[in-house]
Design a protein around this ligand. Structure first.
Ligand SMILES: *Cc1c(COP(=O)(O)O)cnc(C)c1O
Ligand SMILES: [Zn+2]
Length: 445
């Protein structure tokens, strides 16, 4: 296929990607806007905007360009992503996505599931969380617009993704952190060269204010003004899961939810694979995991309501602590259409989930991952999955990045560096219960 070009008023003509994106459309009122426009919320009804595609053209591209010729990164499915400028695309996310799908046989044995997989976004690059997928779209879009500064507001992982991906693209990053988060996250962003401002208040307050700041200063924000583009990046997780299973869609996906982007856009991604005739994805149910201390989406699903009621977050799982989730209504719709469900986990259960994943699969996840595993365990115990059905749990963040303040030290300390003392320490360690045992005891309560 011959490369097409796009005309840009500032930079002349540029190479075009195979993106089949055609327009932006309001999630609620179907009002359409040109793809090039900078609106990010519908002026008529205030709802967010979705990207629409020419699926016939996308299907033709998929026939023309075989998988072997496609890069193993988030751009593998570039037809179904919103970036049209090949130059911008080449500067972002070249090592993001395509994270491993791990057969979790040891965890599966514990839960009575013989086809359990972990989609391991805790190893995503460059910043070890699912946010590398979505922020890559924001930064690429920013470059497409010819801008050189990007802002964001973060519960933790958006910040490090923006700091890292912006640095690589040569873009200046400004990161707003609510002060209720771990300082190490702000520290990591600053170490990556981003300009960080920590504000008093929680995420929801900071988010609302950043929207005004964006409008006032004209600065683009990765997860506010670039939101329609940001959200599209989340679909890549579902594309990869299905491809990695040999184009056999799983019966179940268990996903954590904060703002609701990941879970609602995996639903969109599954629909698109079906539309393109790449896989039968209608049978895939999406189940939502949230912390008990911040569960507005899960509560609405369980109460069969169509809208979420905002809550005041109170949980150790900071990356899931969004009390007023922007995409909540889309998640409810996705779970409903796919016959899924939702459940939540208390902070002690979340820690037990972290421990169980560590003890069985050797993966250290942050509280968001612990939430997913605790909910996976609950749904398995409740008989929600058939023993041979394929279940994929999405682990979205790395524990080495966000080590939670565990209530107690799990190691022996203050040991004399002498033969006798060290042998004694080993004997005492042999007598202490394993992580597997303690995780089990905690989860069985
Ligand atoms: C942001 C985040 C989520 C949830 O993402 P949403 O798309 O906002 O629902 C889950 N896990 C981790 C680790 C995150 O950083
Ligand atoms: Zn509208």
């Amino acid at each position: 296929m011959s490369p097409q070009t796009i005309e840009s008023p500032t930079q002349g003509s540029r190479q075009r990607t195979r993106s089949c994106a055609t327009a932006l459309v309001c999630h609620r009122c179907d009002h359409r806007y040109p793809l090039e426009s900078s609106v990010f919320a519908c002026p008529d009804c205030g709802k967010g905007l979705d990207v629409v595609y020419d699926y016939e053209a996308a299907a033709a591209h998929f026939r023309d360009v075989p998988a072997a010729e496609r890069p193993h990164n988030i751009w593998h499915f570039e037809e179904l992503l919103p970036i049209v400028d090949a130059g911008a695309q080449a500067r972002v996310g070249q090592h993001s996505g395509y994270t491993p799908l791990i057969r979790a046989d040891r965890l599966g044995a514990e839960l009575g599931l013989s086809n359990l997989f972990i989609k391991d976004d805790s190893s995503n690059r460059p910043s070890l969380s699912y946010k590398d997928r979505v922020v890559s779209m924001s930064v690429a879009r920013l470059l497409e617009r010819g801008k050189s500064e990007i802002g964001c507001v973060s519960t933790g992982n958006v910040g490090t993704a923006v700091a890292s991906l912006a640095a690589k693209a040569g873009v200046e990053a400004y990161i707003c952190y609510p002060n209720r988060l771990e300082d190490t996250k702000a520290q990591a962003c600053a170490a990556l060269g981003a300009k960080v401002f920590q504000v008093e208040g929680n995420y929801d307050e900071a988010n609302r204010r950043c929207r005004e700041v964006a409008e006032d200063t004209g600065m683009d924000f990765a997860n506010i003004t670039l939101r329609p583009f940001y959200a599209e990046g989340a679909k890549t997780a579902s594309f990869e899961i299905v491809e990695q299973l040999g184009w056999e869609a799983p019966e179940h996906i268990v996903s954590p939810a904060a703002g609701g982007t990941l879970s609602s856009r995996m639903h969109k991604g599954l629909n698109e694979l079906q539309l393109l005739g790449l896989a039968e994805t209608e049978r895939t149910a999406i189940h939502i995991a949230q912390p008990s201390g911040c569960n507005p989406i899960a509560s609405a699903i369980l109460a069969e309501e169509a809208e979420v009621h905002p809550v005041m977050p109170e949980t150790m799982a900071h990356s899931l602590a969004i009390g007023a989730p922007g995409d909540g209504y889309l998640v409810i719709d996705a779970v409903h259409k796919r016959g899924g469900t939702a459940a939540f986990a208390s902070d002690p259960e979340i820690f037990a989930g972290i421990d169980l994943l560590a003890a069985t699969e050797g993966l250290l996840t942050e509280p968001a991952g612990g939430t997913t595993i605790a909910v996976l365990e609950k749904l398995a115990s409740a008989g929600r999955f058939g023993p041979d059905e394929t279940v994929v749990a999405v682990i979205t963040g790395n524990g080495l990045k966000t080590l939670p303040d565990h209530p107690e030290k799990k190691w022996r300390h203050g040991i004399d560096c002498k033969m006798e003392a060290m042998r004694e320490a080993i004997d005492q360690l042999k007598a202490t219960p394993s992580l597997m045992q303690t995780a089990h005891e905690q989860l069985q309560v």
